[in-house]
Design a protein around this ligand. Sequence first.
Ligand code: CO
Length: 134
Amino acid sequence: MIGRLNHVAIAVPDLEAAVRQYKLVLGANVGEPQDEQEHGVTVVFIELQNTKIELLGPLGKDSPIITFLQNNPAGGIHHVCYEVDNILVACENLKKSGARVLGDGAPKIGAHGKPVLFLHPKDFNGCLIELEQA
Ligand code: CO
């Protein structure tokens, strides 16, 4: 069902410092920060030749990544995103298999403007999984 790896998301305590590091130390092609008010994060995409990295910084005091950063003060891998052809079919199949879809259980529009859903990390080896309709 899953296709390509779309991105790996890394939660960072200091987004500006992480952007500088990826630009200057790693020589990466780093995009502009985008505030995602409804998701409580500021996102910076880094284009690699075969995939993307999504740097996530907290936006606002109720940001959903604040707890993650408290548990991982240096930052860390927050989720991986796999592509699927049809998110509604994927969602139904996953629910039938007993996997928990986070939120109200329906796909939402994600940071790329495409439908996404998140799967409970406890159902997938401790890894938060995002599915995005390619
Ligand atoms: Co993501």
